[in-house]
Design a protein around this ligand. Structure first.
Ligand SMILES: C[S@@+](CC[C@H](N)C(=O)[O-])C[C@H]1O[C@@H](n2cnc3c(N)ncnc32)[C@H](O)[C@@H]1O
Length: 204
């Protein structure tokens, strides 16, 4: 049996609220956090022909923001949790102005985006939000723009993370995007249980 005295106690149970995430960052209960930049993103950047304008929604600690900015990419990371924003700003140092406290559904880009980077954002929100999240991806990208990152598959009803069935992901994305690349994830964390895929979707 789990030793309940070691388990953090949280007041907020609703991942649609910033307080939910604040509490977890503040108590350092962040099992989704890789502590660095995933290998598949590193390889994607290496083989990309030119720097791109990128949005990282729900950036958490923001390792990828620092990596992309260091590589010369024009990246913006947003998060609606003040605690996450504070951590990301501290981590990214000179790039702190690229971290914006904002709600993904309200944030407006000042310049056209080439790429949205997805990691542990879609799966962080309850399944009922999937139509809104995927529609917003489509809204933020012009034809040819890319949605690239990690997609967590599964059927367990409890989350976050909330795994999605592949057919359901396709139902939401295929009207707007075509899948142009897919690969395995070599550095998946236990919380994602090897059920992640690296995917690149191109806006139609
Ligand atoms: C599971 S964490 C993932 C963090 C980061 N992407 C990573 O891979 O470590 C989900 C993040 O999304 C943020 N988030 C959830 N809903 C959001 C929204 N509507 N707008 C902006 N950020 C949001 C949370 O505050 C949290 O930092």
């Amino acid at each position: 049996m789990a030793n309940t005295s070691d388990m953090p106690v949280f007041k907020s149970r609703d991942p649609l609220r910033a307080e939910f995430w604040d509490e977890r960052f503040e108590q350092d209960f962040i099992p989704w956090d890789l502590g660095g930049v995933p290998q598949a993103l590193r390889e994607f950047v290496e083989r990309s022909p030119a720097p791109r304008t990128v949005l990282i929604p729900g950036c958490g600690n923001g390792y990828e923001l620092r990596f992309l900015c260091d590589a010369g990419w024009n990246a913006t990371a947003i998060d609606f949790s003040p605690a996450a924003v504070q951590r990301a700003r501290r981590l990214v140092g000179q790039w702190e102005q690229h971290v914006v406290e904002a709600d993904f559904f309200a944030w407006q880009s000042e310049q056209p985006l080439d790429l949205i980077y997805e990691r542990a954002f879609l799966c962080a929100l309850p399944p009922a939000m999937r139509p809104q999240v995927t529609a917003r991806y489509a809204e933020l990208l012009a034809p040819g723009g890319l949605l690239a990152g990690f997609f967590f598959f599964g059927s367990a009803p409890k989350g976050p993370p909330f795994g999605i069935a592949r057919a359901e992901l396709e139902t939401f994305l295929e009207p707007h995007f075509e899948l142009v690349e897919e690969g395995e994830v070599v550095d998946s964390l236990p919380v994602f249980g090897g059920q992640e895929r690296w995917m690149v979707w191109r806006r139609r």
